[in-house]
Ligand binder design. Structure first.
Ligand code: ZN
Length: 271
């Protein structure tokens, strides 16, 4: 399994962790069906891991359309995603987009250009960048329920990180799967396809209002699980950004606002 591992959360729930824990997908098994929350960047075979854990039919729900969450969508029959992320998911399933994103990551990690753009590395990257396209994604909406048989999931639309970001409430377990909407360390709002800080704040406020329904939050990156105090931290972080008002920089200038152990990235034009 190497860089990837499967971690048991309880008898019917696992996290499948890719590339040394860079991103987590979650397998939620009910009595009649199972749901795989996200399909990773897909440097490993999520379908195979999931198949080893359950013989039930497996549907996929994407927490949002980013490339490190939708990589193996093509391997599943039914894939659900919020309608506002349909286009983003298509874009992030495109080989050239995935390749350039990964090369940027290598650059950020200070991998020498000569190596990052060498034939060997490019060929290696091609393998998991050029993936089959999943065309028939099924759009989902706020409040949509999924009945897995004795296990109910409910979609909560939380725009911010992307327009179609969702959290998924695992009702009987009182768990919330937060995708990239609530994570330790930080949430990125600086992409062209992110919402404003104010919209993200509304989403966190919406979660806070419903937070009596869960005891733990399971994000797709970094520390897990998280307690609900992270909601307060994100509200306070967003409040500080909004109170400071529009920064002087050009519209597309990117900022990072730290609040304790979490942070928000954003651009000057999208408060
Ligand atoms: Zn993301």
């Amino acid at each position: 399994m190497g860089l990837n591992k499967v971690v048991k959360l309880d008898n019917n729930t696992w996290s499948i962790e890719e590339l040394g824990g860079m991103v987590y997908a979650f397998l939620l098994v009910g009595r009649e069906r199972a749901v795989l929350l996200d399909t990773g960047f897909a440097t490993c075979d999520f379908r195979k891991y999931a198949r080893e854990l359950t013989a039930l039919p497996i549907d996929v729900i994407n927490t949002h359309g980013h490339l490190d969450h939708v990589g193996q969508n093509w391997a599943f029959e039914k894939v659900y995603i919020h309608e506002a992320d349909l286009a983003l998911c298509g874009e992030h399933s495109d080989g050239a987009v995935r390749l350039s994103y990964l090369q940027d990551l290598l650059e950020e990690a200070k991998v020498p250009q000569g190596l990052a753009r060498s034939k060997f590395v490019v060929r290696l990257l091609h393998k998991f960048c050029y993936i089959p396209q999943k065309k028939d994604l099924i759009p989902i909406h706020d409040g949509e329920p999924f009945d897995l048989g004795g296990r109910t999931l409910r979609v909560i639309h939380t725009p911010g990180h992307t327009h179609g970001s969702i959290c998924v409430l695992d009702v009987e377990r009182r768990w919330l799967f937060t995708g990239d909407t609530v994570c330790d360390e930080g949430v990125l709002l600086h992409f062209d396809h992110s919402c404003s800080v104010a919209v993200f704040r509304e989403s966190i406020e919406k979660l806070k209002a419903q937070s009596g329904a869960w005891d733990k939050m399971w994000p797709c990156h970094h520390l897990k699980p998280l307690d609900n105090s992270f909601l307060d931290a994100y509200l306070a972080c967003a409040d500080e950004i909004l109170a400071a008002g529009k920064p002087d920089g050009a519209a597309a200038t990117q900022y990072l606002h730290q609040y304790g152990r979490i942070a928000l990235s954003y651009t000057a034009d999208k408060l």
